[in-house]
Design a protein around this ligand. Sequence first.
Ligand code: NDP
Length: 337
Amino acid sequence: MTQMRSITLARRPKGAPVPEDFALKTSGLPEVGEGEILIEVSQFSLDPYMRGRMEDVKSYAPSVGLGEPMVGQGVGRVLISKADGFAEGDLVTGMTGWNSHAVLAGLEARKLDETLPPSTALGVLGMPGFTAWVGLKKYGYMKPGETLAVAAATGPVGAMVGQLAKSAGLRTVAIAGGAAKCKLATETFGFDAAINHRAYDDASGLRKAIAEAAPDGVDIYFENVGGKVLEGILPLMNTGGRIPLIGTIAWYGGAEVADDRLPMMWRSILVKRLQVTGMIVFDHWDSYPEFLAEVGPKVAAGEIDYLEDVAQGIEKAPEAFIAMLKGGNMGKQIVQV
Ligand code: NDP
């Protein structure tokens, strides 16, 4: 008899997660109720936001309970359908969690276009790619000739940001961890320049490098990381610059901004009249069909590139997740169940 395998939250991490914070659990297949489908999950996504769900704190989404499967989006085929509009064998996506099988209400699942690899629904055409598109469209106010900078530049959010900005006529500066990622940023994702943030111990060295790559200053800083990169870039922002505030992964492990750095950071926002807007992608799902209609054909035609890093086996998910938070991924991190 087929068993379901899950990666559960064994305990809440202190700082950076470690393998002992997760457990592999085996159980029987879940029952399928009326209006529901059973999915055999082929791949699921690992995303930085999941680090936040491991905490027992109030946030924009509920935390994962101890002993419960980690949350996340997956793709797979329908094994049993008791929901209208779904048949056995349909390729679907939904919030399957870190599981080999999942029961979802039909309303919570979406059928996928079979002409594209299913994994694209998790990265370039999924939540991360959409985050880049909606963040730029609603809060970037891009103008040709301007300069945009983004860190985590070779991940699914950053790579999409760079390519959309480049095609809108902006100069694009990537900040990425390591020489291989910098090469990927310029050669595959078309950034005009790339800077390895790991080559600089502090924000001031990094700032000099970014200033050379952005001789006219920075008009849009698409904020994915916080930390040293944010501190380095703020004084380089042009007056009237925009900062879509998307993520602060440098601080997800609990590191904080030193008190003496805060006045400088706040003052840069004031003096440069910066527009800083926090954005959570879940508030924007009504624009997702527009994103798919605009960007889907470009991905299919190869006009937008993407890269995936696939961990083989559900048991590898914790290791791959821990590595991703530290920059161990080359492209969108996915788990092949
Ligand atoms: P990535 O696949 O790019 O993975 C995270 C990357 O963050 C790592 O590979 C690493 O890249 C970089 N990173 C980690 N620590 C640091 C650090 N201290 N300083 C600089 N960079 C660091 O992730 P995504 O593209 O999926 O997500 C990017 C950001 O967008 C995250 O902060 C995420 O939380 C956020 N996000 C927010 C959403 C929202 O709704 N607001 C939705 C989706 C994503 P490198 O090795 O290049 O440094």
